[in-house]
Ligand binder design. Structure first.
Ligand SMILES: [Zn+2]
Length: 79
């Protein structure tokens, strides 16, 4: 399952990058500019939109408040 994304990043993460918790990258699926945690640097990162489009992340926008910088594949399974 190497091609399964490990993290789904939101695009509203400028503050997150600001304090050094994330790095700027692009969605491996659509190329959208996103920010991902350093922990997922060597992993496949998608944006939340692609995650939802492909059914990896539940379509629940209200959950975004709980995940200001995105969700990991692990978290997405629990939503
Ligand atoms: Zn994308």
């Amino acid at each position: 399952m190497a091609d399964r994304p490990a993290f789904f990043a939101s695009t509203i993460s400028r503050n997150f990058i600001g304090w050094g918790g994330a790095f700027g990258t692009t969605c491996a699926c659509c190329g959208r500019k996103i920010a991902a945690p350093w922990a997922s640097q060597c992993q496949l990162v998608w944006c939340l939109y692609c995650g939802m489009e492909h059914g990896h992340v539940a379509m629940v926008e209200r959950e975004f408040g709980a995940f200001p910088y995105g969700v990991t594949a692990e978290e997405a399974r629990h939503v």
